[in-house]
Design a protein around this ligand. Sequence first.
Ligand SMILES: [Zn+2]
Length: 855
Amino acid sequence: MTTKGQPQRQYLKDYTAPAFQIDSVQLYFNLHETATRVKSKIQFKKSAQQPLVLNGENLKLISIAINDKKLDSSVYTLTDETLTIAQTPDQFELQIEVEINPEANKSCEGLYLSQGIFCTQCEAESFRKITYFMDRPDVMTKYTVEIEADEKKYPVLMSNGDCIDKKSLGGGRHYTKWIDPFKKPAYLFALVAGDLGVVQDHFVTKSGKKVDLFVYASHGKQDRCHFAMESLKKSMKWDEERFGLEYDLNQYMIVSIDDFNMGAMENKGLNVFNSRLVLADEKTATDNDFHSIESVVGHEYFHNWTGNRVTCRNWFELSLKEGLTVFRDQEFSADMNSAAVQRITDVDRLRARQFSEDAGPNSHPVRPESCLAVDNFYTATIYEKGAEVIRMMQTIVGRDGFRKGMDEYFKRHDGQAVTIEDFAAAISEPNGQDFTQFKRWYSQPGTPIVTVQENFSNDGTYTVTLTQSNADLDNQKKNQPFYIPLKFGLITNEGQEIEKGLWILKDPTQTWTFKNLKAKPTLSLNREFSAPIKLKWSMPHSEMLNLIKFDTDAFNKREACQKMLLDECLRLITALDAGQNVTVKTEIIEALGHLLKDNSLDPEFKSLILSLPMDLVLAQEVAVLNPVSLAQSKKMIVKEFVNKYKTDLIAAYQAHHAKNTRGDRALKNLVLGLLCSAQTTEGHDLAEKQYFSAANMTDSIYALIAIGHFDSSAQQKANADFYNKWKSDSVVFNKWLNVQASSQHEKTFERVQHSMTVQGFDSNTPNNIYNLHGVFGNNFLRFHTVEHNTYQWYCQELLRVDAVNPQVAARMAQAFNFTQKLPANLKQAAQTEISKLLNNPQLSKNARELLEKCL
Ligand SMILES: [Zn+2]
């Protein structure tokens, strides 16, 4: 045994093909809580004269043999991370037996126990915590899995593929055997064993094959699995219709697990889901939860082709499967719901999470060049920006052209582990496109900035000059011009659309000219957010109003309003930071009032157009991030709006409360939040009434959030009521934690600390940490303060979590992404605590890689 040295940085450029192929693998699991035995038989074929190096961590090696001949310990070398056999035949069977302790494993990686259920999570590199293996995505092979376990405690035993045998072994033990006929990498392996309830259904594919569908959850929770089942059937149908892709096995299983680091995992035929993304009914799930479930069930299902049948050559290519599959789930959601609302919420998410990532210390390209911890690749850049890059491809080659490219991709690469280059070639070549410049979106980091200059001359000539540049960050200085597809429209002052189309900006500066116009038109640029860029543009207020009123592109209609509000917030923040007296511009408030009263707008869209810019978006635009000014600027706008339009707001609340569709609830709850944020007694009373008469979780949770703006006995009563009602429900209890941690109330930090002591809170459960610590770390106003040693507390917690679950700790570390922008006193306080963490040799490479960049 040797000990671990300093974590090693890995590089994309160092990729080499595997020296061995694996023809097939047989696994035998003898499940016991504290001592599970895993026997493997692996058929190897050598393709280069090199030693065999297998990955393995936290394993107790029991025996090792080649072709039934036990190996002497002198012929192999064991370290904490590898098993190396110097000399091997060209073709052989390796037989290994190891012992692992699932109960002691709190990292939620490898094989572990969650509430008495054995389950696995192997992506990215955790199959090596189950047995010794070539744990890399480009080693694909066929798996046979046998499972033996206690018959009473674990009546359901599952793995990937199809179940071909099931029997009792006597002595209270039983057994199942599974064969997955499709080659897959180790990260897609899965095993689940437990006493589970199930909802069963089936789907007939377009070629007439019947597929049995199962959604498993703890007993008593089956009734909350029906929506996930419906979502699965919709996904299967959609993928056949849109991409011609059919499901390939005879059964498909989804299992809901309480302790899970990620959202869900696409293991072949056996998806494991975080319970919050499966369990839902009106009483326990909000409208947004239902939407997320539909989208994530779709996402994991779509991976069956984009990820499983064709996978990534190595983890630097992660966006090959994730960017593409996020794009597919976004398209699915747009087809199932309002396409405009879907696009707006997808872009909001991109801007909040990815743009801020790209503007901070963790900025990286969609295909990164290096990393310390592969787990840190699961970023908004790889997922969300990756999806935008795919969307741009579709915009460039057209929807039919994109389908043609996808068909070509599967024709060329089914059953292979490939690269982003391979994907780009499959899309571009059948469409006669050259993606050489376009592919810079994969290799260059940063959000491009496009500056807009317009000119209108008396002879009716209108010109638009667009100039692209990069943010002033070190990693973006060498960027070459991007290939930027921009959808646009020209609108007259009377609201008539006189031009629309697509511009490709590929040079540093380009100009477009229109002749014989009667007056300067209003430009609607980057419609549908066709490119993930930032526009720098001093658009006159009158033109913003013109777009808000007349733009036929719903995305840009709302965008104009967001830009108006963003500009106003920034003006207020600048004045507040300088200690000046400042008031909100009347025309802004009037524009909001106009929208509020416009009954032609869809209510859900209206709730989006009336929402204020998110903190994470504002934070990117300010030079110094003063959380107090940030919060104050928004509060001023809300107060003015509510003062001037209180009667209309209350009337809107009442009208939509009575109608009670999903869209009505979205608008009503936005209005309720505004009325409460402005501290009106009407708001308080409506929130109280809504909370205590709520018939669904959407109304219940938004009323609880809204009343949280007050320090009243009704607030305390509602908060205690919600807690008592849901403290034993793992999924809903997290919502209560989220409400405590996200509040702008001055007692928030106190409440966060108190929440850790209540019954129901488990300091090792990822969902509890995400909803309490994670949410608090994003609460700018209450987290970034020197008054209560919040940083010190947070970093101690981070270290505690890191010792058992480095992935969760790494996510906590992201709270410090904006450290460089904080005012001097906050920055110093944060960096003092970060330095303490970095000086601790026990800190994992996951958290270290992120925190190092915050100094
Ligand atoms: Zn995915």
